[in-house]
Write a protein of this length. Structure first.
Length: 319
């Protein structure tokens, strides 16, 4: 049996989420299905568990097949939570048992139009009268790569080359046969791709530094031809500057949408130039600079799993 001890209403990104909390005595499939409440893709769910063996159950269904990321973050390090993922028949397919602290990101291949059940279980002894029992749950799908997804970005890709005669230091017009793609982030929380393009030709900008493409949550802008050198890697006449295409990821707007665009764009550029994932670099690889900070600096990430290794894995899925 289940004991239903609280009904909560939580505001999501586009729907109100109703969630039942249960005390675990036995888990039979009919009861799991009955109590699980629907959540949306890429929705932040802020929940609470009240006593040991308290379980919150959710369900989610996607319209596309792909790789789903399941992310669970206790809001306090001392909170002891377990995470379980079940398939449509309520068979356990993955779990993360954590004494305390942040869970490792769970990645699963999921099928379209099938329910998946998510259970968050309180495995500790924190009582109900505390604020240290809150958690953040999030699940997001990365659809199976399709050529149409790569073409989708074409409609958001524009060419706005800076004038070589007016800005010869930023665009030296040195021919390049690219062997690498280098990822940066702008280190500016307010700047968009268009802002970055405009800054290249702003009279107040006296720096020689430049880049090939800027990408944000809405678009990507090519500022220097991809077969010309741009001064972005900080290694002088080394391979970073002389043999790589520099992509600036903006830090403004919706971080997840921006990273989605950057992942697809990077794969598109690599494929266009016949390059593999081994040709993908970050600025830090060339000069040890803290860049792209949103992927290599723990304090600058939006979500802990958004690491450089994660970014490369996502790009690889499109190659």
């Amino acid at each position: 049996m289940f004991i239903f001890h609280q009904l909560g209403v939580y505001k999501g990104t586009n729907k109100t989420v109703f969630k039942y909390r249960t005390s675990f005595i036995s888990l039979i499939r009919k009861e799991i299905k009955a109590m699980a409440k629907l959540i949306q893709d890429d929705q932040n769910i802020y929940g609470r568990v009240f006593f040991k063996d308290d379980i919150d159950t959710y369900k989610v269904k996607w319209n596309e097949s792909g790789v789903a990321n399941f992310y669970l973050e206790p809001q306090f390090d001392s909170l002891n939570l377990d995470l379980f993922i079940l398939d449509q028949e309520q068979n356990l397919i993955e779990s993360s048992l954590q004494s305390t602290g942040l869970h490792e990101l769970i990645k699963l291949e999921v099928s379209a139009n099938r329910f998946y059940y998510i259970q968050v279980k309180h495995a500790g002894d924190i009582g109900p009268n505390t604020d240290r029992n809150r958690y953040l749950l999030r699940c997001k799908i990365y659809p199976q790569p399709k050529d149409t997804r790569l073409k989708y970005l074409d409609s958001k890709y524009s060419v706005q080359h800076i004038n070589q005669k007016k800005y010869p230091k930023k665009r030296p017009a040195v021919p390049m046969n690219p062997e690498y793609v280098t990822i940066h982030s702008t280190a500016n929380k307010k700047s968009t791709a268009q802002n970055e393009r405009n800054w290249l030709t702003n009279p107040l900008n006296k720096r020689q530094a430049s880049f090939h493409i800027a990408v944000d949550e809405k678009e990507a802008i090519e500022c220097i031809p991809l077969n010309e050198v741009a001064w972005h890697a900080g290694d002088g006449h080394g391979n970073g500057n002389m043999k790589s295409i520099g992509i600036e990821i903006c830090e403004s707007g919706n971080r997840e949408s921006t990273l989605d665009h950057a992942i697809v764009l990077t794969a598109q550029i690599l494929k266009k130039h016949g390059l593999s994932i081994s040709s993908l670099r970050c600025h830090h690889d060339w000069t040890k600079k803290n860049c792209p900070r949103i992927l290599i600096d723990d304090s600058k990430r939006h979500l802990p799993y958004e690491t450089w290794a994660w970014f490369k894995e996502e790009v690889l899925r499109y190659l």
